[in-house]
Design a protein around this ligand. Structure first.
Ligand code: GLC
Ligand code: CA
Length: 513
């Protein structure tokens, strides 16, 4: 079937975490046929695309981001035929498909790494293996992003290997010609199967200083900005040598060549110190289309955080988002707040990433330690980061014992509030607000708009924007704000009451242009 699925300038993208979306065969784990069966819901929201979190063969020690075969679908998720059917259905519904590219590392069960452990020197060269120092300690002081040392001993080789995340995720040498060739071919492989774009996992971590120079101690101001909780030893260092994001941004030109001109590409920035500046470097012409940082979710998109974004970056190239498979859900159970934040994300120029279930206002579920499988959560239990809660499966049906997710037993316990779910899907519930906002955003060209003026206090934000429909004035007032938004009677969109979360969006070409 012929489709005209050229990319809009700033797409609205719905993120699907495959294990937790919909289960078709009763094994309690979401899968590709399950996703296909629920795509109508996603298309009904009016979004432009879906991003599927890693679907690849993997021991699932890091939820699929430990890939053992980048060209194979995880057997628990389905088959290649299931994947083709998913892409066809998405395209029929007008949805473009984005896949993850986990280029930075492989699983320790990847055939390359297994061969390296077995003594294959050519394969070892695709990673970073180094001898111990004479006293048996690790080659340098680098620390992984999750906190433990970035070097793990491989007794099979009597050497350490480098990993920026878990020990089961050895980092690849992205400068190695055969690694590059494999990455290029795998991108072409997925493009040939109809994939329309890619999300580059951990893109700011690509490449390292080949001299293996020790990282210096982080001065206080750097330590506070480093990604991670302050109790994570990763924050103690200034990461000048274990990751070279400026070089990685240049590398993005190569990623563009491999993916093709017409692919839509976004990169994940987990570097906190120069997050927006790096996002800008990664998304200059000829590189990626956009990048995302953790600043907005870390600050729940407060007015100061938005002002910081507008000051430091071109918002057209920053992906706006609040929840993902890596962050506790931003839903607090308060629908007024959820609708307000959705309006804020919809109005901000640039792409918008919506995480599965946020259209129903799902809050972060509580889990007991013995229910959690995520090694990062368990490392600091119960103090964070809270990734597994965001991975609790989707509740499709408030009346069903397992919420319509599975006919079996869900892989994580589902204890959603049934009354809240019914409210969210009711005629004027939160899901309807998401649909309205996504529709308005597209129809009125907010996403490709330009911020002309912005002003803010601690609990309010105003924007004047040039959009496809003239000048849009936006007033956002957080609870108790001194700002009084204008009368909402001629608003394009309005929500909330004075003193609570209140937003008024109004076209007004005569004022504040
Ligand atoms: C990205 C993924 C995250 C994973 C990490 C290491 O941040 O989103 O889930 O743990 O990369 O691959
Ligand atoms: Ca299943």
């Amino acid at each position: 079937m012929a489709h005209d699925l050229r990319w809009p300038q700033a797409p609205a993208i719905y993120q699907i975490y495959p294990r937790s979306f919909a289960d078709s065969n009763g094994d309690g784990i979401g899968d590709l046929p399950g996703i296909t069966s629920r795509l109508e819901h996603v298309a009904g929201l009016g979004v432009d695309a879906i991003w599927l979190s890693s679907i690849y063969a993997s021991p699932w020690q890091d939820g699929g981001y430990d890939v053992s075969d980048h060209r194979a679908v995880h057997p628990t998720l389905g088959t290649m035929d299931d994947f083709d059917a998913l892409v066809d259905r998405a395209h029929d519904l007008g949805l473009r498909v984005i896949l993850d590219q986990v280029l930075n590392h492989t699983s320790c069960e990847h055939p390359w790494f297994l061969a390296a452990l077995a003594g294959d020197e050519a394969m070892a060269g695709r990673y970073l293996f180094r001898d111990a120092r004479p006293d048996g300690t690790q080659p340098n002081n680098w620390i992984s992003q999750f906190g433990p040392p970035a070097w793990t001993w491989a007794h099979q080789r009597s050497q350490f290997y480098f990993h920026q995340f878990l020990a089961c995720q050895p980092s690849l040498d992205l400068r190695h010609p055969e690694v590059k060739a494999a990455h290029r071919e795998q991108m072409r492989f997925w493009r040939a199967r109809g994939v329309d774009g890619f999300r580059f996992d951990a893109a700011s971590s690509y490449l390292w200083d080949e001299a293996l120079t020790d990282n210096p101690v982080a001065p206080d101001e750097i330590r506070k900005k480093n990604t991670g909780e302050i109790f994570n030893p990763f924050t103690f260092q200034h990461h000048l040598h274990d990751m070279l994001p400026d070089d990685a941004a240049t590398y993005a030109t190569t990623l563009r060549e491999w993916a093709g001109e017409d692919a839509w590409l976004m990169g994940e920035m987990t570097e906190g110190v120069r997050s927006y500046e790096l996002a800008m470097e990664f998304s200059t012409p000829g590189r990626l289309d956009a990048a995302y940082t953790t600043d907005l979710p870390a600050n729940c998109a407060g007015p100061v955080a938005i002002a910081d974004l507008l000051r430091r970056a071109d918002p057209a190239r920053i992906v706006g988002w609040l929840s993902s498979h890596d962050q506790p859900r931003h839903g607090s159970g308060d629908f007024a707040q959820a609708a307000f934040l959705a309006a804020l994300m919809a109005v901000l120029p640039g792409p918008w990433l919506i995480y599965q279930g946020e259209e129903w206002g799902l809050p972060q579920p509580g889990l007991a330690k013995d229910e959690v499988t995520d090694p990062f959560d368990l490392l600091y239990w119960p103090d964070g980061p809270g990734r597994e809660g965001a991975r609790v499966p989707m509740p499709w049906n408030a009346d069903d014992p397992e919420f319509g997710f599975t006919a079996g037993r869900p892989w994580l316990p589902m204890r959603w509030n049934r009354a809240d779910l019914l409210a969210a899907v009711s005629v004027s519930g939160l899901a309807a607000t998401y649909r309205d906002l996504i529709h308005l955003r597209r129809k009125q060209g907010w996403a490709s708009g330009r911020v002309l003026i912005s002003d803010h206090g601690d609990d309010w934000l105003t924007l004047a924007m040039q959009t496809g429909c003239g000048c849009l004035n936006a007033w956002f007032a957080w609870p108790g704000a001194t700002l009084k938004p204008p009368d909402a009677s001629d608003a394009v969109f309005a929500h909330g009451q004075r003193g609570d979360y209140q937003v008024v969006l109004r076209h007004d070409d005569t004022k504040r242009t």
